[in-house]
Ligand binder design. Sequence first.
Ligand code: R2B
Ligand code: URA
Length: 297
Amino acid sequence: MHDENINHTFLDPVRDGREVDVYYHFGVASDDPVMEALRDVRAVIMAGSGHRIDSFAKTWSEFNGGAEIIAFPKEERFVTRYSAGVLFASHGMGMPSASIAVQELMRMLYFLKRGDLEALDEVFWARVGTSGGVGLEGGTVVVTTEGVMADLRPYRVLNGGMGEYWFDSRFPDDVAQAIVEANADTDFEIVTGKTVAGNEFFLEQFRLDGAVCMETAQTKMAWLEWIHDNGVRNIEMEGAMLAGYLNHWGFPKFAMICATLLNRLNGDQVTATAEQMHQFSEDSGAALFNYLRAALL
Ligand code: R2B
Ligand code: URA
């Protein structure tokens, strides 16, 4: 871990029990009795939707002999479950929403691991999600090697009028390769590549079907071809931030696994049927669990 990048001023009094940290959007605090049950957490798995989190926790519990599933009471913002060493949490859509979840979960992890940097090094993080494929048909599973923003640069946030803070938004290559290897025998296609995190589903993903549209068929295809030529294989809305913040603290093990819902080279609208969507979701979930079982069980 990069000790110097951890906010010790705020987090150490919480770690020592001198202050209480309120994980407001999750509806729990560091002095909540539920925290004690989470001390053995070894992985944090995130997904956009709360339904998916509930279903992941049930699957993981079944793999672990019907292990208890603990739910946080508040579900207004994020849905959270814990079972057999894995914390499952939804993050909503887009980097503003997901950054709240990631920052509160990082604070929670520091408290749960009592500020032990070696114990934090061992925690595996992943986001499992959906995306638009770039030159890939719907149903392909993409394991991200690097998160970039729509300009192919790494994750940044505005620093008022002073400029921008830049973050390293690469994903660890060894973990991405291990996920692909753990899925060598599956019947869905799994590839690695860069992933664009758009701050917008329509404008920053160069769609022509938004209420507000700034592009033409020509500028859209030019952007898609440019990102494809630069190694981008899919487009979603959270990955660059996730990698940026986890790298900032120095977590060594994290990944993003996304199913593609459509090939953006062929269109903008998501027209997959309910059955196809279900299969895509099953496949990306299977890709995660095939790795997680090899890594954690
Ligand atoms: C993928 O799908 C969502 C938008 O439909 C967004 O959260 C993402 O990253
Ligand atoms: N999620 C996105 O962000 N973009 C898509 O095209 C599909 C899912």
